[in-house]
Design a protein around this ligand. Sequence first.
Ligand SMILES: [Zn+2]
Length: 323
Amino acid sequence: MLLLASSACSGKKAETAAAADAATPEISAPVKADADSLYALVEAQTSMGPRTPGSAAHARCRDFIRNRLKAYGADTVAVQQAPVTTFEGKTFTAFNIMGRFNPGASRRVLLLAHYDTRPWADRDADPANRHRPIDGANDGASGVAGLLEIARVAGDRLPEGLGLDLLFVDMEDSGEIADMESDSGDDSWALGTKAWAAAMPYTFDNWPRYAILLDMIGGRDARFHREYFSEQRAGQVVNRVWSIAAQSGFADRFPNSRGGAIDDDHLPLLDAGVACIDIIESANPETGSFNPTWHTMDDNLANIDRRTMQEVVQVVLNTLYSD
Ligand SMILES: [Zn+2]
């Protein structure tokens, strides 16, 4: 993902009307995210090595996701394959994996994360590292861990009548940094999600009520501000999730103010008409944008904060159960 504009650039704080939602949700999730389980799910991925497109580790990660989904009781696990071309002109097959729980339910929620990792540490301080692949512990593995933890604790005990779709998208992070200047919206990021959004398994009758993207949810002391495009285009979902976060005791983790404008997997879904928000660290106090480890060799297991992941995933669970 890519920061298009930071909150400092946009110069405006979010409207703070979120807490004024008419119906105050009950925070009553009967299931709890486990910090050690989340950490183990990240470690399982980083131990494979970088999951760059076309690599053996990428194929292993696909098997890992499919197997975990089945083990956690997914009713169906489907893989969409789509040809994609990177900005370098390289062609790959994108493999988007979706596990569905209670697939017959018309009332559905979609959660997603990317599992591919960036092939280059192009933000690393050492130029010698800038053509080496990153571990992607935060950028890739943390979001996948969040989704799998939700499958583990909630897959077989979803709220009555609720269907859950967990989507693991490919080819998010092989984009071109120069896109930052173009600001065109049509760019080299989120290639897997773009392919998936063109052939979504939804109809009028089971369209997702909302969708949540988890990206870089494992940074040390991370804060999750209201991402700009999410707020602009799915503001009611942002209001609800940030309100639930506050009621869950995580107001510090989820500040009720605007973060950056992020080019990420939520944009193709918003374009396709899905009310999708992005929970992402985008206003780090040190960098003004992402975590300092972003697209560097330091994006590794040693810099993962299991408490950050646990709180984010609990907020998502509380949201699912307060519908
Ligand atoms: Zn990235």
